[in-house]
Design a protein around this ligand. Structure first.
Ligand SMILES: Nc1ncnc2c1ncn2[C@@H]1O[C@H](COP(=O)(O)OP(=O)(O)OP(=O)(O)O)[C@@H](O)[C@H]1O
Length: 287
């Protein structure tokens, strides 16, 4: 079996007195989409920078595709694609020239510019200057740039943050396509719905530490409470809410009581969201 796409082994980083990343360890298998979830300042970007060779860990090490990132950054960088939250494009060049420049840097000779621009919904706009692009267009161009070298691993740092729904959906579609192509995706986000829909597993990070790492389904099973919420008509005719926790010894009796003795108007089953679980584990929200 091939080695994992990403191995983080006790990665640690400090800015002055601040321990931003505190002995983080995890593994991402090839072809997996891992969501890295945490609030502002949790240490997500710092972790990504260590994984991609932009910051040298204070201690610990990162292996990408079996290669030590600190020892062989160039070798690793040729095989990954990185898209950061802050646009770092050449604004006075056209979108196409930005991509061509990157292709030259990576020695990619058979770049199909038209196809690449089409994938991110920028076909017909390749000759526009990047400075004339909207925020969403720049973000999509950065994704395109991260794909130029057909990376084995894609690092996407908050790729849909602040985008309109159409741009965000275009980016999610590309993420799924890349995973189907066989790429591994490391997705940093504080959007729990996005993580829930896209990721095979999610890691919760808080104050520089991983507090949980599992599939969204297992996290909900382990930490979440499934429940039924009903709206019923009260004695004075007003609407009241009843909540019944599922999977308890008394659940069946409570459900029977509800249906036999109350006038039920609506009935919905609900499960914990990743946000609920994050709050339960850390005492704070993701936003
Ligand atoms: N260059 C820096 N100098 C000093 N402190 C920094 C620097 N970069 C980040 N930090 C601090 O390190 C901690 C982790 O920051 P980091 O950017 O990794 O968090 P994050 O989870 O990516 O947050 P966000 O969601 O806001 O991007 C924060 O407390 C932040 O203020």
């Amino acid at each position: 079996m091939s080695e994992p796409a990403i191995v983080a082994d006790s990665l640690t980083y400090r800015y002055g007195d601040l321990l931003a990343v505190d002995h983080i360890s995890f593994t991402v298998e090839r072809g997996e989409i891992l969501g890295f979830l945490g609030p502002n300042g949790a240490g997500k970007s710092t972790t990504v920078k260590m994984l991609t060779g932009q910051l040298r860990p204070l201690s610990g090490r990162a292996l990408l595709l079996g290669i030590d990132v600190s020892r062989h950054p160039k070798q690793v960088q040729a095989r990954i694609g990185v898209c950061f939250e802050q646009p770092n494009l050449y604004e006075e060049l056209s979108a196409a020239d930005n991509l061509r420049l990157f292709a030259r840097l990576f020695n990619v000779r058979d770049l199909d510019l038209t196809a690449l621009l089409r994938r991110v919904g920028l076909d017909g706009r390749g000759n526009d200057l990047v400075s004339h692009y909207s925020k969403g267009m720049k973000q999509r161009l950065m994704i395109a740039r991260a794909l130029v070298n057909r990376p084995d691993i894609l690092f996407l740092d908050e790729p849909t943050e602040g985008l309109d729904p159409t741009s965000a959906e275009a980016i999610r579609r590309v993420i799924r396509e890349e995973q189907e192509r066989g790429a591994t995706i490391f997705l940093t986000t504080h959007d729990m719905y996005e993580a829930d829909r896209l990721c095979h597993r999610v890691a919760f990070i808080n104050s520089g530490r991983i507090v949980a790492l599992d599939t969204p389904h297992n996290l909900k099973q382990q930490y979440g409470k499934r429940m039924v919420r009903a709206e019923v008509v009260g004695p004075d005719g007003s609407l009241l809410t009843r909540e019944i926790i599922l999977d308890q010894p008394e659940t069946a009796a409570e459900m029977a009581n509800l249906l036999q003795h109350e006038k039920v108007i609506t009935l919905h089953s609900e499960e914990a969201t990743l946000e609920d679980i994050f709050i339960q584990l850390t005492g704070r929200g993701l936003a």
